[in-house]
Each structure stands twice: as C-alpha cells, then as structure tokens.
Design a protein around this ligand. Structure first.
Ligand code: SAH
Ligand code: SF4
Length: 354
C-alpha cells in the first residue's frame, strides 16, 4: 500500500505526530512558504526526523500530468494522484497587471484557483461531463490543498500573494465534507497557505443537510449554490439530486447559513438555450431570492461532445441579467475563460486523463 501524505494533516494534527510540536510549524513553513519538494531540503529538521518522515510519508501527493494554456491567460492543469487517477484544476488570472504612466505597478494580477474535491462525482448532473463519468473516490485534504500549492509553484506566485480559491472543479465538495473542512483549515492557517476563508468559495449542487452542517462548522467560507433552474421539474431533469433536496429545502438551508456582513451567497445559474433562458424564469428567480443576500452568476452552458443541450444566445443572457438587475438582484455573467481550451471541468480529463 502506498504511504499517505504528510500534507493531509492540519497543523494541530501534525503537532501530535511530530514531537516536539514546534517541528510541525517548521515543516509547514518548508512546505507552504518555501515550496520545497522533498523532506531532505528541510534543513532545520534533525536528520533522524527527516529519515523517519521519509520512511512513513509522502510529501506532495500529486504531480502535474498535462497543462493547457488559453489565449486569455487561464491555465488548466491535469494532476495525477499516487494511484494514477487524475483531477483538474484551473488558474484564472482575474485582472491584468496595471502600470501608471511612469511604469510603476498600480495593481498586481489577481488569481483565482479552481480546484477539485473528488475524482468524478456521484451527483450525475445531465449537463456535466464530470457527472457523466461517475464517481471514483474522495480526495484527501492534502490532494485538495496540493492543487493550489503546485499551481502557485508552477507560476512563481509568491507565497504571500493573495489568491482566491473556488471549489468549482470536479466533484461535490459537500459530499466530501470532512476532507474539505480540513483543506479549508490548512488553506486558512497563517503558517499554511494563509488564504482567508473569505477568499474561499464552496460550490454545491445543493445538499441541504450538508449546507446546514457546513454552516454549523462556522469556517467563514463563502457559499455558492448551483441552482440552474427555478422549478423542481426542470431542476430534476438537470440535477437528479433535486429529488432528494428540492429548491425549497435549499433556499431554507441558505437562509440559515452564516454570511459575513459584507458578503453574499452566490447562486450559479447555468443558462441553457430554450430551457431556462427566458424572462419567465428570471421573474421566478427574483421571487425565489427574495429576502436573501444573494448574487447571481450567469454561466453560458458550454457544449461538449454528445451533450444534448445548447449554448444560449448572448442577447438572451443579457436580457436575463438585465431583468434581474432591474428588479434589485445583483447579477454578473461569468466570463467564459479558457473557451479555446477545454473550458468546463471534466473536459480536459475526458481527453487526456484516466
Ligand atoms: N459540484 C459542485 C462543484 C462545482 S461543479 C457544484 O455543482 O456546484 C462544476 C461547475 O461547472 C458547476 O458550476 C457547473 O455548473 C459547471 N459546469 C458543469 N458542466 C458545465 C458545462 N457544460 N458548461 C458550463 N459550466 C458547466
Ligand atoms: Fe457533480 Fe457539480 Fe458536475 Fe453536478 S455539476 S455532476 S454536482 S461536479
């Protein structure tokens, strides 16, 4: 059996494994701040400890298997895990660097990293390639956090640069809640990746009971709901999970979720031609979100081979957005980043992975 990764542990757990406990802090620093690739490089750890760690644990539990670069600057990574399975992550530069007339940097590029939480997914949404390929296994905390670590390293993103994390890659994060929780803790640890929970968004297909649990954990993360439809009939067709957790149950769970005073719950709405792109749906959506501090993010459905659905017309998406805004609902349209590469998650893996 292969060894587990030392990156699966939060700092508290690690300080129970490695004695004395300050060694855990040192190890954290080597991994998350100094980006080392081996135990041998951890020079301030005693040789004996380094040997012991080497014999019992792996360090980084995945390796880069394929990278696709888009013209718009986004980069899609296919990572191979120890057991040969693969997952995807995406680096999305959100705003370009800006300089003033004298050539001084005004603001740096902001990065968002989209990560996976499972190999495959059990939820089986009919529009999603990941869902179609079925479920293989949960990712461990270290396999989740290493996606960010590897991408930061690969792009020379300094350890103290702010990045945003979105759990919008492959898998349903709330179906792997314990490991996702640990990953959030490792991300948030000032000695770990030092990413504030308010820069971490967990996207879910709407497992209402798990949304409740996540809320009770009070991690401070942001919540995104993949709503995609405003009536249960259509939602069941798109997302079979709606039979177990219908729209009403999701809305109720969201209403109880702790939201930072300056933040909102994001509702993702995949716009599909002739299915949910009409003003009647927009109207229902406004009603549904009444009383919730919400923000809607419209996503163009991105067709893939064999998909039965079609990309919506730009004018219909703009019309939908216009209606929401006019009725007091904040609404953005997700830029279709990486359209020239395999944009929606699951598409790179479909071509290159196992
Ligand atoms: N399982 C979670 C986590 C993200 S899923 C969830 O469903 O919320 C991946 C994201 O990709 C979702 O927002 C989903 O709506 C989007 N997605 C899946 N297939 C897509 C497609 N063909 N075109 C555009 N977006 C797609
Ligand atoms: Fe799973 Fe999300 Fe894809 Fe649905 S959209 S199958 S929940 S990854």
């Amino acid at each position: 059996m292969s060894k587990s990764s030392i990156l699966d542990y939060t700092k508290d757990e690690l300080s129970k494994i490695i004695k004395p406990s300050f060694r855990a802090k040192q190890l954290y620093e080597w991994v998350y701040k100094k980006y080392v690739n081996s135990f041998d490089e951890m020079k301030n750890l005693p040789l004996e400890l380094r040997e012991e760690l080497k014999n019992n644990y792996n360090l980084i539990p995945l390796k880069s298997a394929y990278i696709e670069k888009s013209k718009d600057g986004s980069k899609k990574y296919l990572f191979m895990l120890e057991d040969g399975k693969t997952v995807e992550s995406v680096l999305l530069p959100m705003k370009k660097e800006k300089y003033d007339d004298d050539g001084n940097l005004i603001h740096q590029t902001r990065y968002t990293i989209c990560i996976s939480s499972q190999v495959g997914c059990k939820i089986g949404c009919s529009f999603c390639l990941t869902g179609k390929s079925g479920f293989l296994r949960n990712l461990t905390p270290g396999e989740i956090t290493s996606q960010v670590l590897m991408i930061k390293k690969d792009n020379n993103i300094a350890e103290n640069r702010r990045v945003n994390i979105v759990f919008m890659g492959m898998g349903e994060p709330l179906d792997n809640l314990e490991n996702v929780k640990k990953a959030v803790e490792i991300f948030s640890d000032p000695l770990g990746l030092a990413i504030s929970p308010r820069r971490q968004t967990i996207s879910t297909s709407g497992l209402s009971s798990q949304i409740k649990k996540l809320g009770e954990m009070n991690l401070g993360v942001l919540l995104a709901i993949s709503l995609h439809a405003v009536d249960d009939e259509l939602r069941e067709q798109l997302m079979p999970i709606n039979k177990a957790y219908n729209i009403e149950s999701i809305i109720n769970a969201v209403k109880e979720f702790p939201v930072d005073a300056r933040k909102r719950v994001m509702f993702e709405y995949l716009v599909i031609k002739d299915l949910n792109d009409d003003i009647k749906s927009a109207k229902k959506l406004v009603k549904l979100l009444h009383g919730i501090k919400a923000k809607v993010n419209l996503i163009f459905f991105n067709p893939h081979e064999g998909s039965e659905y079609k990309r919506p017309e730009v004018k219909d998406v703009l019309g939908f957005q216009d209606y929401l805004i006019k009725h007091g609902v904040l609404c953005t349209i997700r830029e279709s980043k990486g359209l020239d590469i395999s944009a929606a998650c699951g598409q790179l893996k479909d071509r290159k992975g196992k």
